[in-house]
Design a binder for this molecule. Structure first.
Ligand code: MRU
Length: 351
């Protein structure tokens, strides 16, 4: 399979994730096209946003060089790219990683971006192996039923994936009996993208509506929940696709592991708790319209947060490429269970 994001002959070539499961790639030649692709979720998923951010700055530098190189103009473009989506830690982080190279010209920026992309590929491969070993230790060496949400596969990264990378590693050892995929309303990253990846890999899977997940977990038919993350606060609160938190509650109640797989770049030491993370609120029409048809009265509006926050005390383990963190053990060893911060969800519009 080709990588989700590639640099080809002076432009960025990406899988159009709004079209999946139809397979289409688009070429991005300008910073405006990059920002638009990030807004519209043509490129999405936290690590993929990091790769896009870094290569976006390389693109800004290349376009600037077409007209006589202006580092200040490249820095201005970089700020626009970094601000294109607010929640995932990776986008801003990756832009910051390549910014020092801007002073040295377009080739230096491209080198820095390419190094970041390769590091992401290595991180995902390593954390997938670590995560597979962890799940075997939690569940046992037998085929398991895992529940996932949204898409944390190769398409959310550069290749391989995080939560689905772990699924791939377990599948290679015949240790997956079923992956339950929440469809992930409203934009269906689960049914359109995760199911597409699992089908391509030959992994047994079943899609269900998001509301069915907690009930299935309560029925005792799921061995573990495994998801990616868009940002992890310093206290290990996990920000991920809206609908993750109910799965974590259900997993805690059922006594099964809730595992988060994410490269180290997802950990944000500057954000103390999940309550301080900026949650992206998207267009209400994503909720109100299905396939272009309005499914609600003309007078109705909708609340459309793209992410929610799972408090650290519900997280069994966070698997990165370098370590496994078990947040509840961390807080316990720090002297008793810490108070859990509840994120402020802001209703939008007139109520
Ligand atoms: O809005 P999206 O599709 O960018 O949201 C993506 C998710 O929430 C993923 O679960 C998360 O980025 C983990 S990706 C490895």
């Amino acid at each position: 399979m080709r990588r989700t994001i590639e640099w080809i002959d002076g432009h960025v070539d990406v899988v159009d994730q709004t079209a999946l499961p139809q397979q289409r790639r688009v070429a991005l030649h300008t910073v405006n096209e990059v920002v638009d692709a990030i807004h519209r979720l043509v490129v999405r998923g936290a690590p993929a946003l990091g790769a896009m951010g870094a290569l976006g700055v390389a693109l800004a530098a290349a376009r600037s060089a077409d007209q006589g190189y202006d580092p200040e103009a490249v820095r201005t473009d970089a700020r626009r790219i970094a601000a294109a989506r607010p929640t995932a830690a990776h986008l801003k982080w990756a832009v910051q990683q390549v910014l020092p190279a801007v002073a040295h010209g377009p080739a230096a920026v491209l080198d820095a971006a390419a190094a970041l992309v390769e590091a992401d590929v290595r991180a995902c491969a390593t954390l997938s192996r670590l995560g597979a070993a962890l799940l075997r230790s939690y569940v046992g060496d037998r085929p398991m039923v895992l529940h996932t949400h949204c898409n944390a596969g190769a398409l959310a990264c550069v290749e391989w994936g995080t939560a689905l990378g772990i699924v791939r590693a377990l599948h290679a050892d015949s240790l997956i009996s079923m992956v339950v995929v929440g469809e992930t309303r409203p934009l269906l990253q689960g049914s359109r993208i995760t199911a597409f990846e699992l089908a391509q890999l030959g992994v047994p899977h079943q899609i269900m509506i998001d509301a069915a997940g907690p009930g299935l977990i309560a029925s005792g038919q799921v061995d573990a929940v495994i998801v990616g993350a868009d940002r992890i606060a310093a206290n290990y609160d996990v920000v991920n696709k809206v609908g993750t938190y109910p799965l974590a509650l259900a997993a805690a109640r059922a006594g099964i592991p809730f595992v988060v797989a994410a490269p180290t770049a997802t950990l944000d030491p500057d954000t103390p708790t999940g309550a301080e993370v900026t949650i992206e609120y998207r267009d209400p029409d994503e909720v109100l319209l299905v396939g272009g048809w309005r499914m609600a009265p003309a007078e109705s509006t909708a609340f459309n947060p793209a992410f929610d926050v799972t408090p650290a005390d519900l997280v069994t383990a966070i698997v990165t490429e370098s370590r496994v963190i078990e947040p509840s053990r961390v807080t316990e060893s720090a002297g008793g269970v810490q108070p859990v911060t509840v994120p402020a969800m802001r209703l939008v519009g007139a109520y």
